[in-house]
Write a protein that binds this ligand. Structure first.
Ligand code: GDG
Length: 479
């Protein structure tokens, strides 16, 4: 990308997210360029961004550097700088060791540190200032996720003319859990700076509304909050989705088909391949699902020749303590299971602690018979939807936790409670034994769901509601 110095075009649509939608690439001659990162959010938003003057504000991925805004594939990218200390306190600390476990049902114990909070406030302010500087008059600003919950209010203070939207990608906890947070009121006030606050599920929106009523004392009715200054905030569910057509096309492509066949052969052409794909995260229930699978072999329901489990765990947040502990636990469990149950050239579990290109992911989805998605709590879970998108022949089974947001839509999955190992074993076995006709009936219904609600629908629905919201200053009734 080329620098444009100070001549940054003011934008009508501004996305504010922790990360910029690009990754730095160092060319052979040592120069750096930027390549669009593969995320679903970028592909969902780039059509809308290209029809308007769009800007994206985010952290470029390296600490301690100051980069000027630049143009990339039709949008202005505005890098926000972060020191190494801020990265530790705002990102690894408050975002991922305080908010992440607190918002996921306390699956791990959240840590509360006042210095982390101070950093969170400082970094949120920097993002808000960057947004205020780049947004055109009456522009729409859409802020993403739990790292930036103070940005709506900080931005409204600077720019009351803007329409401000916020979307939370992770669950929003019930009052009983959220209330542990020493800064609960500040966070709620931060979110209330938005005109529209979006969640994955209606229950999360209700949790938010109840907390605002009880902890901030504002009047609420159904999905609306009425502020003393006459402004109104709407809290509503917008279940996120994937580029369904894009995944289906990729799955059907010749290279992915060939690679899927190769994968089955490499695994020794077992009758059934089970698959798990997750960021290596304690919310995802990887440990419990591998135990359930190993017990099915141990109990004699099938052998390692009949069935094998491929678990991809992509490295994530590796410097956060809880993630290191989890990695060690899973290393030990996989070693134990393969040592106990594996035969020469036939491990029970093929465990890959690595990231792969999108094409390889698609080939794994195509190659596998039973996708196992068992989070203890998950905002949505896109992996479940991606698997369904890749099963264009209406075959394959999805085993899905009822605690993933996706379960509200993918009702025909083999639903499980990941805390109930025996229940999980029963559903995995049922999926293993299911007749083709039964699988096709379920898969057809799930495919219909994700064709009807893809990520473009998600983005358009949110932006249409935000466009219809009246920005705060117009609603103020001055005595
Ligand atoms: C958060 C919420 C919500 C994973 N490993 C590789 C790879 N992936 C891709 C998957 C999928 C995405 O990453 C993971 O999305 P999930 O939804 O499954 O989970 P989180 O990362 O926790 O996402 C979640 C989501 O935000 C969106 O709102 O659904 O609930 O927790 O797309 O395919 N992709 C590639 N290589 C990998 O190794 N290329």
């Amino acid at each position: 990308g080329r620098r444009r110095g100070n001549a940054v075009q003011r934008a009508d649509l501004v996305i504010v997210a922790n990360r910029l939608p690009v990754d730095r690439v160092v060319e052979a001659d040592g120069s750096t360029t930027w390549r669009r990162s593969p995320g679903g959010l970028v592909s969902a938003l780039s059509p809308v961004m290209n029809t308007q003057e769009g800007a994206w504000i985010g952290w470029p991925g390296d600490v301690g550097e100051d980069l000027a805004p630049f143009e990339n594939e039709g949008m202005t990218l505005v890098p926000v700088s972060m020191s190494a200390e801020e990265y530790e306190e705002y990102y690894e600390g408050f975002s991922n060791a305080t908010l992440w476990p607190l918002y996921h049902d306390l699956v791990a114990k959240p840590e509360f540190h006042r210095e982390w909070w101070d950093s969170y406030v400082a970094v949120n302010r920097r993002f808000a200032e960057a947004a205020a500087a780049v947004a055109a008059e009456h522009a729409m600003v859409w802020i993403q996720d739990y790292q930036l919950q103070l940005v709506p209010a900080l931005l409204r203070d600077l720019r009351p003319d803007l329409r401000i939207g916020f979307f939370l990608h992770i669950p929003f906890p019930p009052a009983e859990l959220f209330s542990q947070l020493p800064w609960r009121r500040e966070l709620l006030q931060g979110l209330l700076g938005a005109d529209l606050v979006g969640f994955q599920l209606p229950g999360a929106a209700q949790n938010f509304i109840r907390l605002v009523r009880e902890r901030v004392g504002h009047k609420t009715h159904r999905d609306s909050v009425y502020l003393p200054d006459g402004r109104m905030v709407t809290a509503k569910a917008f279940p996120i989705s994937i580029d369904t057509a894009g995944f289906t096309e990729l799955a059907r492509s010749e290279p992915v088909q060939a690679r899927a066949k190769q994968i089955r052969e490499d695994l020794g052409n077992p009758r059934r391949i089970f698959l798990g794909i997750d960021r290596l995260d304690y919310t995802k229930g990887i440990y419990a699902r591998l135990r359930a699978f190993s017990e099915l072999i141990h109990d004699g329901h099938f052998t390692v020749e009949d069935a094998t489990f491929v678990q991809v765990a992509s490295p994530s947040r590796e410097r956060v303590d809880q993630y290191r502990i989890l990695r060690d636990d899973i290393d030990r469990l996989v070693g134990h299971i393969n040592g106990d149950l594996g035969r020469l050239g036939r491990p029970a579990i093929s465990y890959l602690n690595a990231s792969f290109p999108r094409e390889e992911m698609a080939a794994l989805y195509v190659a596998s018979d039973i996708m196992v998605v068992t989070p203890f709590r998950d905002g949505m879970n896109l992996v479940a939807k991606e698997y369904v998108a890749c099963r264009y022949d209406d075959d394959g089974a999805l085993v899905l936790s009822e605690f993933a947001g996706a379960a509200a839509e993918l009702k025909q999955a083999y639903l499980v409670n990941p805390y109930d190992i025996n229940g999980m074993k029963a559903q995995m076995l049922e999926a293993y034994r299911a007749e083709e006709k039964e699988l096709a009936k379920r898969m057809r219904a799930m495919r219909k769901t994700i064709v009807e609600n893809d990520v473009a629908n998600w983005a358009n629905n949110f932006l249409a509601d935000l466009a219809a919201a009246r920005p705060g200053h117009e609603k103020q009734v001055k005595p």
